[in-house]
Design a protein around this ligand. Structure first.
Ligand code: 5GP
Ligand code: ZN
Length: 138
């Protein structure tokens, strides 16, 4: 259900204007108004899901399936050298609009876009134990 105070509900459902790349009954794909790089796109479900913890697996699957088609179209038009898919959940993870969306960020040689993290050490036994605990919840 749409949230009346949510900007992405309004954009996804066509109540607010956007540079729309594609639309079907479940999603709207738009260009980001403050792009990280030329052609930065967002796939937005029309239904209001707050984040990855809120969305059903079927819709999430359709969203990623659509991402494959959009990414190919973007590569063909933008002639980008690569593309990052980013999806932020929670303030700590950089989410600023609390209506789930997938970022498709085209990458170009020398574009200076910053993504990523510093790699840390791990302990194999701790990895095994953590994997076991999470596995039990799936
Ligand atoms: P987040 O930080 O939540 O993962 O990403 C939100 C994204 O939405 C940002 O990249 C931001 O530039 C974009 N954005 C926020 N408001 C609007 C808007 O009104 N129109 C468009 N096209 N993009 C928006
Ligand atoms: Zn919303």
């Amino acid at each position: 259900m749409a949230d009346k105070d949510c900007i992405f509900c309004k954009i996804a459902n066509g109540e607010m204007p956007s540079a729309t790349i594609y639309e079907n009954s479940d999603f709207r794909v738009i260009l980001d108004v403050s792009p990280a790089s030329r052609g930065h796109a967002l796939i937005i479900p029309k239904e209001h899901f707050k984040d990855i913890f809120d969305i059903d697996a079927m819709t999430a699957g359709k969203m990623f399936s659509l991402a494959t088609e959009v990414a190919r179209a973007m590569k063909s038009v933008l002639k980008c050298d690569g593309l990052n898919i980013v999806q932020n959940n929670g303030i700590i993870a950089g989410q600023t609009v609390f209506h789930l969306h997938l970022h498709l960020i085209p990458r170009y040689e020398g574009d200076g876009v910053k993504l990523g993290w510093e790699q840390k050490e791990s302990v194999p036994t701790e990895l095994q134990e953590l994997a076991k605990q999470i596995r039990k919840k799936i």
